[in-house]
Design a protein around this ligand. Structure first.
Ligand code: ZN
Length: 242
C-alpha cells in the first residue's frame, strides 16, 4: 500500500494538481493531508473541494484555523494576515465549518499525522531541530509520525536508546525499534530554497518514505495571486522557494 502524504497546500491549485498526478503515477492508492489546505494562495475553495472530495484523513493547520474563524489573527505577519482576511471572503460557511471541524491529530492505519508538533498541536510550535523534535517524540506512540508547518523537509529518528538524529533526506528506511518524525515539505509554498512542490511517498510494504519534488506552472499560480489583489510578496516567494 502506498500513501501520498501531502501538507501545506496553501490554496495553490497548480502545485496540488502536479502532486496528485505524480502520486497517481507512482501508484499511490491512499492519501493523508497534514493541514494548511488554505491560506496564502488564490484557490482556497478549489483546493479544499479536492481534498474533501477525495475523502482523505486531514488534520487542522494554523491557517485552516485562522481562515475558518473570525478571531483576530495575532502574532501573524502582515502578508499572512492579509491572505487570511481575503480567504475568509472566498469560503462559504459550509467550507469554513469543515475546516473548523478538523482534528489536530489523527491516527491513519499504523502511523500518525499532525500539523505542527505532537506535544502542543494547538499552539503551532515549529520543529526545525533535534531539540524541537525531542518534545514531540515524548508523545509519539506510533513508529512513524508525519508533520508539516515549517515547509522544510527534514526527518528525525529516535533510536531505542533515545538518541535523536535528524537532517535532510531523500529516502528514509523505516527500521523496527526506532521512531520517525518526518516533515514531507510543502505542496504549495516550499521554504527550503527549492521552489518545486513537495510531498512524501510512504511505501508501507517496503517501509520507505521518499521525498518527491515536482515542477509545476509557478507563473500561473503567481498571476492568480497578483490578480486577486493578495500581497505581491506571496507570488514572488513561490519562485524563490522561501
Ligand atoms: Zn503552512
Amino acid at each position: 500500500m502506498k500513501f501520498a502524504i501531502i501538507a501545506d497546500i496553501h490554496a495553490n491549485l497548480e502545485a496540488l494538481e502536479a502532486v496528485l498526478s505524480d502520486a497517481k503515477e507512482q501508484g499511490c492508492t491512499h492519501y493523508a493531508c497534514l493541514g494548511d489546505v488554505v491560506g496564502y494562495g488564490a484557490n482556497p475553495k478549489q483546493c479544499l473541494d479536492i481534498v474533501r472530495d477525495m475523502g482523505m484523513p486531514v488534520v487542522k493547520g494554523n491557517h485552516d484555523e485562522y481562515c475558518s474563524t473570525d478571531v483576530e489573527t495575532e502574532g501573524v505577519n502582515a502578508y499572512a494576515s492579509a491572505a487570511v482576511d481575503w480567504t475568509r471572503t472566498q469560503l462559504p460557511d459550509e467550507d469554513r465549518q469543515w475546516l473548523r471541524d478538523l482534528k489536530y491529530f489523527r491516527l491513519v492505519t499504523t502511523f500518525s499525522i499532525v500539523h505542527a508538533s505532537l506535544d502542543e498541536p494547538k499552539s503551532w510550535p515549529y520543529v526545525f531541530n533535534k531539540l524541537d523534535a525531542s518534545s514531540s517524540f515524548l508523545y509519539q506512540n506510533t513508529s512513524v509520525c508525519f508533520f508539516g508547518h515549517t515547509h522544510v523537509p527534514v526527518a528525525f529518528v529516535r533510536d531505542a536508546g533515545g538518541t535523536i538524529r535528524g537532517g535532510k533526506y531523500q529516502k528514509v528506511s523505516i527500521e523496527p525499534g526506532k521512531k520517525y518524525f518526518i516533515n514531507i515539505g510543502s505542496v504549495g509554498q516550499p521554504r527550503d530554497g527549492d521552489p518545486r512542490a513537495a510531498y512524501g511517498l510512504f511505501d508501507m510494504d517496503h517501509k520507505t518514505v521518499e521525498l518527491r519534488r515536482l515542477e509545476y506552472p509557478i507563473e500561473v499560480a503567481q498571476k492568480k495571486i497578483r490578480d486577486a489583489g493578495l500581497p505581491p510578496r506571496l507570488a514572488d516567494r513561490l519562485a524563490l522557494g522561501h
